[in-house]
Write a protein that binds this ligand. Sequence first.
Ligand SMILES: [Fe+2]
Length: 365
Amino acid sequence: MGDVLGIGVSHYPPFSGNDADMANILRGRLKDPDIPAAAKDPAGWPVPMQTEWSTDNGAAAGTAHREAMLVGLRRVRQALDDFKPDFVVIWGDDQYENFKEDIVPAFCLHAYEDMRIHPWKHASASAMVGAKSQDQWGGGKPNVWGETAETSILVPGHPQGARHLASQLLLNEFDVAYAYKPLHHPGMAHAFLNAVLYLDYDRRGFPYPVVPFSINCYGRQVISYRGFISQWADRGRPLDPPSPSPRRCFDIGAAVARICRDSPWRVALLASSSWSHAFLVDKTWRMQPDVAADRALYQAMVAGDYPMWRNYSLEQVEESGQQELLNWFALAGAMDALKRRPTWSDFVETYVFNSSKVAAIFAPA
Ligand SMILES: [Fe+2]
């Protein structure tokens, strides 16, 4: 009989860079000529946002933000080490990295063998390589560890576990796609890779086999806006079909939890993403994440109010820039199925660093 550990972390791309660049997404919005000056004026921002921005444009707050994120990342890593999983299923989004115009699956299990990955040589645009091409970095994205384009890591796979999950989901009428090798992006898209890199922040190695489980979180904006930041003037492009609904993500997560519980393996289920993303929140001129909406979902998660999660609509997700939270809807469904509440969790509130960062552990009894 298997066992399950539930966990969640952020894969915020600027976390892999330097503190002084941590607010670069907001800096980009400040340069968008079609966002009104009033929205850009710090005097009109919420007080906590003004405090973070301060007189150094968020540089000192960037250091504090890293420290706050590290608390959760290190706790979650410890929970993983204590649990000793046979493999880790990561729910993550693909931001126009592995899946492009030729195919966009709602859900896809990646039944990969062990892979040698070059995190910085192959960093994609949505992993915040920078405005220009990778060539400007000589093929390697600068990073807080000082690693180079030649740096590589071995990420073990668990194709047997991935095949089992896909098989059981299909037999349970969840029509999931599966893949044995990457399509467009060498290695893993940043939602999966950053989770591994960040959970190994202290560079002790990450020995656990990984089963990426991609969810098309960006839905209507995955191809049309390449699942990433756009200029205000770009609004009005023809949109793509939607993502799967929060309820469908919740339900597939519940099915995954039951399958893993009844399997021979110890499985960690990891949601990888930040919550509301400022650059997707039109009602704040893309200047601020929807902290209130995130707080409401967080409180429901802590209280075990899973019906609130299951009844959340896709319209609410899109209005609050919570597209990537669909990864957490899968985790919420899984934990509901196992009747778990967080045994530890943390909400890192921020306004200038694009997104709320939640870390959570749902340990077995
Ligand atoms: Fe992402």
